[in-house]
Design a protein. Structure first.
Length: 211
């Protein structure tokens, strides 16, 4: 019995074990993430993790956050210079109501978030909240995120057709706004929200109207 206890104590922590981070975000951001989760039929924690990973890779997102850097940060081949005179965002409060999200990060992603938090002079949790907000605000990132998901759901021929449909919609759109992949998939899901069809079949049925 004593040997078993000793073995448990000596048991090593897996090097790939994920770490929990629980950022506090405004409810508008939370609703957006939950909406995206519903649209692509993927758990919220996975959507949040992927958004953060893509945000960390995006120069636009890091550029956006860099105006608040109090310490230096190297991102790819770029070194962002921090300024200790800048106000820390740690105690800046959100407008309106807030909620907590639970996200699990791989050691490598957590390390990158920790580096970002150091540059921002905030906790990793706060840095995650800021990163999520910046990533969702990046239309190109969000658009690519949804487009990649759709590509993984339908065959190449249908994907080519869907691109043509989106092109047609935007070409004949009487409004100034461009219909993105996010808004297109959101529209399809809303139209079939009471259906038990798989996302692929919903897309196919919707596309058949344009044939």
């Amino acid at each position: 019995m004593r040997e078993e206890v000793t073995k448990r104590k000596k048991r090593k922590v897996r090097s790939d074990k994920k770490r929990d981070v629980k950022p506090t975000v405004c409810n508008h951001l939370k609703d957006c993430i939950y909406r995206l989760s519903y649209i692509i039929n993927t758990p919220v924690k996975d959507v949040s993790e992927t958004l953060c990973q893509e945000g960390l890779r995006s120069r636009k997102v890091i550029d956006y956050l860099s105006i608040h850097f109090r310490r230096d940060l190297q991102h790819l081949n770029t070194i962002y210079m921090g300024d200790s005179k800048r106000e820390s965002l740690q105690r800046r409060r959100h407008e309106g109501s807030t909620s907590r999200l639970t996200i699990r990060f791989t050691p490598q992603t957590y390390e990158n978030i920790y580096s970002l938090s150091t540059a921002l002079d905030v906790t990793p949790s706060k840095a995650t909240a800021l990163l999520l907000d910046a990533s969702v605000r990046n239309v190109d990132l969000l658009n690519t995120f949804v487009k990649d998901y759709v590509e993984g759901q339908i065959d190449e021929g249908r994907m080519k057709e869907l691109r043509q449909v989106l092109k047609y919609i935007n070409k004949n759109n009487p409004y100034d706004e461009e219909v993105s992949w996010f808004s297109l998939l959101s529209m399809i899901m809303e139209e079939f929200k009471d259906s038990s069809l798989h996302i692929k079949d919903r897309i196919y049925q919707w596309m058949d109207r344009y044939r």
